[in-house]
Design a protein. Sequence first.
Length: 536
Amino acid sequence: MSTTAAKTPDTGHVRSARVAFTFESLKQRLLPVAAPSGALMWIVPLVVTIIGGLLRFVHLSHPNMLIFDETYYVKDAYSLMHFGYEMEWVDDSNDQFVAGDPQLKDTASFVVHPPLGKWLIAFGMMAFGEFDGFGWRFATALFGTLAVLLTTLCARLLFGSHLLAGIAGLLIAIDGHSIVMSRTALLDIFLMFFVLAAFYALLKDRVHGRTQLAKKLSVPLGNRPDEFLLDLGPMLWWRPWRLVAALMLGGAVGIKWSALAFVAVFCLMAVLWDFGARRTAGIQRWQSAAFTRDGIYSFVTMMPVVLLTYLATWTGWLITAGGRYRQWAVENPGEGVTWLPATLRSLWHYHQAAYDFHSGLSSEHGWASAPWTWLFSGRPVLMYFEGYDNGQNGCALDRCTEVIMDMPNPVMWWACTISMILLVFWWLGARDWRAGALLSSVVAGFLPWLMYPERTMFFFYTLPLVPFMVLALTYMIGRFIPRKPRSDAGYRTRIILVAVSLALLLLVSAFFWSVWSGELTSDDYYRMHVWIPSWG
């Protein structure tokens, strides 16, 4: 872009005068890092996704029993399949359920998480069997595998490198935290997927929006002078990827309400990107333009999509009559939010009751942990434990053990935590938008939990952060390796160090595979994995 415009001495931004734009030059300013193309564009994501899929699907039905909170979500999924809403179960009904003899009561259950995650579990049960471990874990394994693909695609958009995209995909493919939660029918892997999908859609929107901005600034609007474009800039009406992001965020809230923090943070982040785009393009009043032409427009287009998507997840409850609190408005006329229709008034009361439950949840649990311990995986969650004496279940030793513990690759997790801390300096010092984008996940997925110190919390609440932590580590690897290859010894040394580090992470993951998959091992071998006393 060439210009004859005068510039203010303090900021260098365009003040006025006629500007001659070219699309390519302006696009280069707005998008200095272009996504690579070529055959590797699909080969790299495909390879790491296959690796991730194998680690998530192999022996998925083991153990063929309900472990940890599967006792809630799998049976709720069964209820949704047959009634459209969750039903109560008789006590100690897990064995009967696995045996194909479900024991339900005739009353609706009070469930405090939205239905979407349980519907997804139900779809897997419909396809592969209601009473089989593979059936009720299929959806979590599928979405966990797709998260590997999305992480790879996000890395390619962030870093513009096939190599770094492949590293990011490989890291999450072999991470035990996401592996275990992909192999267990809980809700958190779905939450991770939808949050990550929203982030990917916003990255695509950033490229699309800046490309459209460059096009409109490089083409005069009618007979108006170029100065008009430099005042507020053009309106960008068509933002399809932003609507996709809203759809994914609505789905995330339909999994767990904790996604509301991601809705707020991600939407704010997208508008801040618009501020930066208009500023970089030379828009004179870029602050007010981004607020009025991007911020308000984004709010009125995205928020209805988020809300309607969330309401759609309650379809089963809405179209039936027997769900918990379904008839509350009829039974309590004149109470609650009276201006809402009766059905939505009942749903609002349900939400109030669920919120009261969440805010007051403080029961003791042996595997609960405080958020500050999550930074170093201080208290992972034991999902399944079975011990066998010699001759039992194929045990040929004095004592054998089958364990499934939700814990990450510890070396990788610690490296990711350090990388997240270092990102703060890159964001503050270098003003790198990518660092800020990754740190936004911490603001949304970690900081809110610090506000509820008395609440019962678990390490697996960190699962939505895993792709962003992996991307943070990949970011640091990218900083360590020069962008353009050089033939000097220093460059080769750095490549070797990165390769050795990745090989170490692969070895650590191979070592911990037995406690991620419930493999039968000696009890002594299991104890070798308890590096910190709080892990055992």
